[in-house]
Design a protein. Structure first.
Length: 175
C-alpha cells in the first residue's frame, strides 16, 4: 500500500478513537445528570464515526486495502465537569495536526485526488476547534451554575452544520 493510503488507514483508527472518547465523555455527563452536555457529545461521537467511514469509503474507491483497526482506550474518569471539554479541545487540535500531516504527505506523493478529499476535513477541523473552544469558555464560565450551561446548549442545539452538505460519502451511509 502506498504511504499516503496507509497513513490514511491509520487515521481511521484515530477517528474511531475520537468517537469512542466522545462516547466516554457523553456517558460521564449522563452520569452527572447533564443531558444536554451528554447529547452534545453523543452527537460528536457519531460525527467522528462518520469521519472514519468517509475514509473507509475513500480507500475502497481508490481500490486500496482497508484495515479495520482497533482503537485506543478512552479516558473515562474526569476531575470535574470542565476536564472532558478541555480533553476534547486537545483532541480536536491533535486531529487537525494529523490531517495537516496527511495533506503534506499527499502533496509530497503527488496524490492530488487524496489531497482534494482531505480539504473537507481541514474545514471540518477549523469548525470543530472553534466550536470546542467556545464550549470550553461556556463550561468554564458556568462550572458553578451548570444549569446555565445546559440552557446554553439547548438553545444552540439543532443548527444544521452547513459542512454536512458537502461531506464526502461514508461507507454504508452516514449516520
Ligand atoms: Fe474527525
Ligand atoms: Fe472532530
Amino acid at each position: 500500500m502506498p504511504t499516503f493510503a496507509s497513513a490514511l488507514d491509520d487515521q481511521i483508527r484515530n477517528e474511531f478513537s475520537a468517537s469512542q472518547q466522545y462516547i466516554a465523555v457523553a456517558v460521564y455527563y449522563d452520569s452527572q445528570s447533564l443531558p444536554q452536555l451528554a447529547a452534545h457529545f453523543y452527537r460528536q461521537a457519531v460525527e467522528e464515526r462518520n469521519h472514519a467511514m468517509m475514509m473507509v469509503q475513500y480507500l475502497l474507491d481508490a481500490d486500496h486495502g482497508v484495515g479495520t483497526p482497533g482503537i485506543d482506550p478512552p479516558k473515562t474518569d474526569f476531575a470535574d465537569v470542565v476536564a472532558p471539554v478541555a480533553l476534547a479541545l486537545e483532541q480536536e487540535k491533535r486531529v487537525t495536526e494529523q490531517i495537516v500531516e496527511l495533506v503534506k504527505l499527499s502533496r509530497e506523493e503527488g496524490e492530488l485526488v487524496g489531497e482534494q478529499f482531505l480539504h473537507w476535513f481541514l474545514q471540518e477541523q477549523r469548525e470543530e476547534v472553534a466550536s470546542m473552544t467556545e464550549l470550553l469558555t461556556v463550561v468554564e464560565r458556568g462550572k458553578n451554575d451548570l444549569l446555565s450551561v445546559e440552557e446554553h446548549l439547548s438553545r444552540a442545539a439543532g443548527g444544521a452544520n452547513p459542512l454536512e452538505a458537502g461531506a464526502p460519502p461514508a461507507a454504508g451511509g452516514a449516520l
